[in-house]
Structures are given as C-alpha cells and as structure tokens.
Write a protein that binds this ligand. Sequence first.
Ligand code: RUQ
Ligand code: CUA
Length: 630
Amino acid sequence: MAGNAAQRTYVPPGQYDEFYNFVSGGFSGQMSVYGLPSGRLFRVIPVFSVDPEKGWGFSEETKPMLETSHGFIPWDDLHHIEASFTDGMADGKWMFANSNNTPRLARIDLTTYRTAEIIEIPNTGGNHCSPFTTENSEYVIAATRFSVPPDGPGGDVPISSYKENFKGHISFVSVDKETGEFDIAFQLKTPGLNFDLSSAGKGKSNGWLFLSCYNSEQAHTLLEVSASQNDKDFILAINWKKAEEYFKAGKGTKQAVRYAHNKYNEETHSATSEIKTDVTVLDLADFEDLAYLIPCPKSPHGTDVNPTGEYIIGSGKLAALIPVFSFDKLQNAIANKDFEAELYSGIPVVKYESALYGEVEKPGLGPLHTEFDDKGNAYTSFFVSSEVVKWNIEKLEVIDRQPTYYSVGHLMVAGGNTKKPFGKYLVAYNKITKDRFLPTGPELCHAAQLFDISGEKMELLLDFPTIGEPHYAQAVPADLIKDRSLKIYDINANSHPYIAKGESEARVERNGNTVHVYLTTIRSHFTPDNIEGIQLGDEVLFHVTNIEQDWDMPHGFAIKGAGNSELLVMPGETQTLKWIPDRMGIFPMYCTDFCSALHQEMSGYVRVSAKGSNVPLTFSTGTSQAAAGE
Ligand code: RUQ
Ligand code: CUA
C-alpha cells in the first residue's frame, strides 16, 4: 500500500470526485454510480430490474420497461457497460448496458440517471458479447453467446444437429445522434459459434469489429471438455462498414421475429412497450469480403483494441500467453489472401503468424480483459493468478504486476477503451473478497480496488465494496457530465394523462370499478388527504403528482396493504401506484421520504366500504366535497 494512499483518495466533505464510475451490477440487473477516487456510492440505477427504492418496475408508468416477448421480466443479469462515443471518446450522453440472459440492450440517460430505453435482441441466446459501440456510436453491437436456431417454428430441431441448424447473429443496433433512440438496423448471420467479449476498431481500424469466439469445435454438450479441444479458437474480424453498405444497398432478407422495444417518455412520464415483428438479416455465407477468422489461443474471452487502433489483444481463458495482433498485418494478409484454410463453409482463416504482431510470454494465468493507458501500455486482468499485469504493447514486455484481492474479472482504466485514455486510475473488479471486509454471513460483498497507474509501478490506493457482481465499467470525467444533470421536471411540460397540475386539479373520479385519484404532493400535505366511498372490489389508481419545482425535493407515497412498493416521485413528475384494497376499514397513506420538519404530518386516510355500500365517493383536504363521475 502506498503510504499516502488515504490522502490520494480523500475527497473532502463538500468537494466533488474527479470521475464518475459507472459499474455493472451483474446478477442484480442494476448499474451503480460511484465517484473516483473516493469510491463513494452515489446512485444505483435499475436497468433490467425492479427497484423498490424508486418504485421502478412497480409504478404503472415504469412496468412496460421490463416487458419482453416472454412477458414481464423483473430482473436479469447485467454484465457490461459502455459509454456513448463521439470520435472515439466518451461524450457523457448515455451509458449502454446488456442483459445477458433474456437478450436485451439498454440505454441509460445521463441527465436523468434513468433507463430511457430497452430493446430486445431476436435470434440470440445469451447476450454476453455486448454491448460494444463503434467509434461514433453509429451502432451498439450485440452478438450471441449461445448460438441457437433462428427464432421461429424452425427452431424445433434435435440439439445434436448443432452444426447445421444452430447459428450466431451479430446485431447492429443504430443509435439516433440526437435522441439516442435504438433501432435494430440489421443482423449478420454467422455459423454456430459462441461469441464472447469484443471490441470495435478505432482510429485506423475504425470500420472493423473484432469478436472473440470460443467453441470453434461447435460442441453442444459437456463444453468444459469438448469446447476446449482446439489449441486455438478465433477472433472473427468483421468489416462492418462493408456490411452496412450491403445493407443499405438492399441486400439481406426480412425475417419474421418478435421482440419488445420499450421507451420511457420524459413528457408523459410513462413507458411504452411495443412488439416489433421483423428484422433484416444478412447471411455471412452470401458475402465474400465481410468476415475473416484469426486463430487465437485458447478459449478467448475478450478482444481489446488499443487507443491507436493498430493492436488487437486477445485474451484466452486457458492461454499461457497474450497474443497481440496487428491491424496493418491483418489488412496485408487479407489483401494477399494469406489464408491457411476456409472454415464453416467459406470464411477464410488468416494465418496466425500473418496477423500476429507478437506474444507476451508468461504474463500470468487466465488472461481475461485488457485496458490501456496514454503511454503505450496495456493492463490485463488474470482471474486464475488473481493479479493485474502491466505490459508494454510494442515491446511485449511485462513491466509490473500487482495482486488483486481476489480473483479479478474485469478491470477498467479511466478512458481505457477510448482513443485517449486518462491513464491515471485503474480499477480492478474482484469476484471474491473473503477476508477483506467485515464478515456479513455466507454472502460477502464483491469489491473494486483502485490503483494509481500514473507511475511506472501500479499503486493500490483503496478497496471499496460494490453492488451485485461488477463486470465491466466506465469512468467519465465529472466535468463532462455533472452540469447536464437534470434538476427538476418542468411541471408545465408534464403531459401525463392523469396529472393534477395544482391542488385545484386534485380530485377523485370513479369509472366503474376503477377509481382514479389525482393526488398532489407539496411540503407537507397531500391533496386530497381524506377519501371516502372506495368499495371492496375497486381498483384504486393513485396518480401522484409532485408539484414541487425545487431540486432534491422528492415525495414518497405509500398506503397500507399496497402489494407493490412505495413510490418516489420527483419534482414535476407524475407516477401511479395501483392499490386493490382487500378489506373494509380505514387505510392510512403517508409520504415515505423525509421532506420537511413536518414530514410525519404528510399523511391521510382512505375509507373502504362494502361492495355496493351507499357511502358516497368524496374527497377533501380540510372540507369534504362530492366526487365527480358515478
Ligand atoms: S465477463 S469478468 Cu461478462 Cu469477463 Cu465479467
Ligand atoms: Cu413529503 Cu415526506
């Protein structure tokens, strides 16, 4: 430990951190936001998960965000985070994230720190090879981890027919420059392979994708043995600019599929979910000049491209070396048709030596992921030997190694996947922490470890616990983002269909068995705060509008017996809690967020009577008045 480590991570009270650190939550389905160098946790954003802290996935408005073609899915496995890029640099607009299990991509808006959009990926099984974006985020790419037969009735085939019937798909999800909106532009159909972590080219290799793939054996059972036989698997290099040209020229065929596309609208404060029914697919087998296989030892888990775009680093989970490929050599090999074979009906295999720049020898055991600094060095995580290794790319020489506590998976250098890394901090995200923190039963926190990498040797500065299991992460300079953060929702722009724009619009309306409560909140009362005439068998929808227009002034809402969660409603926002009373009596409701000295007084009562009771529907704050409707 560096002697002055505490000083170097200490951010005094009232001062800001230098970087935002966006960290995946793995099996928690969330993304958390920390400060660097302090390691302070600022926020946990539900992405592929419900979150009772915020009512996310529990309010009527947010439920559609978690819809899929399989129905409502309240959580998933969120592995990787990637920033939106402009000219190969994080631009601070959005973060992209993948769900691994039921394949989806999400876009998180960095003004609201909320999930703005989720799109499901058809023809895919296990969306682990995802998301990675092109140099200007023209596309966010997602590829299948488990090749499967294409969606549709043709999928009912024997598992043993893997080689002929199972296919991979690489999805090109376009991102609208202004709004960020997703659209699956097209998919590339590939032979049945398992794709793993991948990178888009940048700088001189912009226009190419490099996808690691394992199971080149095309095994379908006992993969731990049968998919580890070949000495080398592959990196699949794809000329995506060419693929895009073919797509734009009308090549490719439309396939009937079903996938959900969910969007959150900041004006209606509501999400919608739509099922889309087709996708354009280009079959690699129909094109000669789109894809090339580069042999890569052994069972690769990731490929990473250095800041100049010249070097492509492969990481084989079972490899004892790190291969470094040269983009220039690859281009020459392709031009000279320097191929050793064709595989999977027609994809040329470039000779290993013809694409190889060199190998880093004896770097450690089980290289997983590599990031870069601003001085020509690479940093690779080693799961098995539990260390981070710094090495020089051009010299292929190990410079330093530091243990991690324990079993590092991903690592991240601030800006380390961009064209200009900041080269100051490296964070290792560790799977196992054992004795590092106070014990908390059988489940221990996972953790991040912050290293200063500005010198020759890496220096460990700080351990901090993380939410869920951290995989990939991004760090973006705070200055790029912090001033764009939204403070309130403008209530005049709120076009929620059940808004009450002020207390004079607060009311209760019956429509058959549905009762709409247009409820406002402001320090420190609800309007209305007395409601009578609710009957058993009613479904009550509390449309809560927070009419505050002041930063950091949320109000909460809870009512006894509610079976979902509380709501937390931001200034200017409307959110709806559905409540189905199950017995007669008086039900208190109250604000769950300590909003003022009289927060405890921010409460009210709802009276529930028997079905068909003659208690009239009334509501009041102060005095009673008759409700509208019948
Ligand atoms: S994977 S280590 Cu998704 Cu490497 Cu996490
Ligand atoms: Cu509003 Cu407490």
